[in-house]
Design a protein around this ligand. Structure first.
Ligand code: ADP
Ligand code: UDP
Length: 247
């Protein structure tokens, strides 16, 4: 697999074309941004962690029957993915109130929702990713009504898959953001699933183990990302002695 032209450089990743037109090379960066790009910094080793953690989550989501763009890891920092025509939406699923929802509805941080909430945002940095509903999406032609239903249903299924893995790792999934796209007429999960795009709290201490540490200047950024990666790897990678028993 050969990396060709840089097709897009975003805030967290570089996307390259490859010698196979249906596949893209994604290079994860250490750069971090928040407050709509106003706050900038770097988190040491973030690219490597987000790449490998996303790969672990994508593989579990595929196993559950949801198509994802993930093909394989190319290095600790690089991933091969199926090229998608991205749907310009951010699908946010929430289990516990924090961040923008707390502000919008004046609900205290940590309020546990009685059922998951799914929100749709139009992905546009200049507009600050405004919230939209199904009728905006259909009227603007961003996605078909059927695909919009499907991505919301997939969001809820992925919520259960991630909650299950993370609970075993002693982590509560507070909320997260997904992006989807189309290939061969089918909907695929794209982008990444990492501490940049999810909120994780330690189940016992309630410590934040995600990008909120950067957004809120809480310190120990790299340690938090490493901690999530270490715990999830432990849950999803069979211990050496277990796997050797199967040989
Ligand atoms: P942003 O655009 O939000 O700054 P990134 O730095 O994460 O984001 O850049 C990655 C870009 O690649 C995003 O615009 C995302 O929508 C897009 N993308 C993610 N997965 C795929 C894919 N499989 N095919 C095409 N584009 C993708
Ligand atoms: N999120 C994201 N990218 C965005 C906006 C939100 O990955 O552009 C994630 C964020 O990390 C959190 C969830 O989506 O896990 C909900 O974020 P919220 O709307 O509360 O955003 P905030 O404005 O607080 O970042």
């Amino acid at each position: 697999m050969e990396k060709l032209a840089l097709r897009y450089e975003g805030k967290a990743k570089k996307v390259y074309t490859t010698d196979q037109s249906d596949y893209l090379w994604v290079a994860y960066k250490d750069d971090a941004t928040a407050l709509n790009g106003k706050k900038k910094g770097t988190i040491h080793d973030k690219g490597e962690i987000n790449n490998q953690l996303s790969a672990l989550f994508f593989a579990e989501i595929e196993k559950a029957g949801i198509l994802t763009h993930y093909v394989r890891l190319l290095s600790d920092r690089d991933m091969l993915v199926r090229s998608l025509e991205m749907i310009p939406l951010e699908v946010v699923v929430r289990n516990v109130v924090t961040g923008s929802l707390g502000k919008r509805l004046a609900v205290p941080e940590g309020f546990v929702l009685s059922q998951p909430v799914v929100e749709l945002y139009y992905k546009d940095d200049e507009l600050g990713d405004p919230m939209v509903n199904e009728t905006h999406i259909a009227a603007m032609g961003w996605a078909s009504a059927e695909d919009t239903k499907e991505i919301q249903a997939s969001g809820l299924k992925i919520n259960k898959i991630l909650q299950n893995i993370l609970a075993k790792a002693g982590i509560e999934l507070i909320d997260f953001k997904l992006e989807f796209g189309i290939a061969d007429g089918k909907v695929y999960l794209g982008d990444e699933i990492s501490p940049d795009t999810c909120r994780y709290w330690d189940i016992e201490t309630r410590e934040k183990l995600d990008k909120d540490r950067f957004r809120q200047d809480l310190g120990r950024l790299e340690e938090a990302y490493q901690e999530v990666f270490r715990r999830v790897k432990e849950v999803l990678t069979p211990a050496k002695n277990e796997s050797s028993q199967n040989v």
